[in-house]
Design a protein around this ligand. Sequence first.
Ligand SMILES: NC(=O)c1ccc[n+]([C@@H]2O[C@H](COP(=O)([O-])OP(=O)(O)OC[C@H]3O[C@@H](n4cnc5c(N)ncnc54)[C@H](O)[C@@H]3O)[C@@H](O)[C@H]2O)c1
Length: 301
Amino acid sequence: MSIAVIGAGTIGVGWAVVFARAGHEVALYDPDPARREAAPAELSLRFGELAEFGVLDREPAPIALHARLEEALYEAEHVQECAPEDLALKRELFARLDALAPPGVPLASSSSALTASRFAPGRARVLVAHPGNPPHLLPIVELVPAPFTSEAVVDRVYALLRDAGMSPVRLRREIDGFVFNRLQGAVLREAYCLVRDGVVEVEDIDRVMREGLGRRYAVIGPFETADLNTRGGIEEHARRLGPAYARMGAERGQDDPWTPELVAHVTAQRRALLPLTDWDERVEWRDRMLLALERARREAS
Ligand SMILES: NC(=O)c1ccc[n+]([C@@H]2O[C@H](COP(=O)([O-])OP(=O)(O)OC[C@H]3O[C@@H](n4cnc5c(N)ncnc54)[C@H](O)[C@@H]3O)[C@@H](O)[C@H]2O)c1
C-alpha cells in the first residue's frame, strides 16, 4: 500500500515528505520530466533540514517517482492531488483519478480555492484537503467536503492525516477561500487599505505582524488572544471593545455585528476550553511560550 501524490510541485513535494516521514510509502507522479528530475534533490534537502533541526522522528519510508498515472495509483490507499489550480485541468484529472484509483480510496485535492463541487461534482470519495505551505512545516490541513462527499471518506482522511502528524480541521460546508485564506484575506485586505490611505508603509505592516500580532498568533489564535487579553475573558472583551471593532468594520463597509447571541455562543465554547478559574495560569503559560519563542529567535539569528 502507498499514498499516491499527484503532482510534484511545491505542494506535492511537501506532502510526499509528510507521508514518508510518517512511515507511508509514497508514489509521486508528475507528467513533467523536469519536475521528476528535480524532485529527489528537493526531497533530500527537506529531509536533511528536518534531521538538522531534530524533528525527524524516524527513517522516512521510500518515495518512488512515476511518469504514468496508472502506476502511481496502482496500490494507493489514499490519493493526494497537487496539480495546478486550474478548474478544467482538475475536472479532467479527477475524472481520470476516479476511473483509475482502487475502489473506495479517498481522492483528496490540495486545492487552495476551488471546491470539490466544481471539479468533481457528484463523486462521493472526493474532498478538499487544503494544506498550508509548506505542508511539512505547517501541520494545519483544512478538510472541506462537498455536500455529496461521504462522511466515511471524511472520517478516513481525518484519521490518516492526524496519524501522520497533521492537524486536520473539518469544515461543515464548502465556502470560498475556506478558513485559512479567509483569515489571511481579512488581514491582507486591511493591510492594503492602510497602505493605500497613507497610514503606514509596507514594512511597518509587516513589522506590526512580525513583532506583535504574529508572535502571539504563533502561540494562540484570535479568540484565545481576546480571551486572555481581558480579565473576565472574551465576554468582557466583547463588551469593552466590540463597539470599537464595529466602528472599524463599518468604516470598511462591513456590517457583521457581534450580537449578544454570537458573543454568548463564542463565550460558551471558550469557557468549555478554559474555565475562568484557570485563566491566570493560562496567561502565564502564554508568556512562557512567548519567552521560548524569543529564545529560539535569538538562537536562530
Ligand atoms: N503554493 C501554495 O502556497 C499552495 C498552498 C496550498 C495549496 N496549494 C494548492 O496545491 C496545488 C498545487 O500547487 P503548487 O503550488 O504545488 O503548484 P506547482 O505549479 O508548484 O506544482 C504543480 C505540479 O503539477 C504538475 N502537473 C501539471 N499538470 C498535471 C496533471 N495533469 N496531473 C498531475 N500533475 C500535473 C506540474 O508539472 C507541477 O509539477 C494547487 O491546487 C494549489 O492551489 C498551493
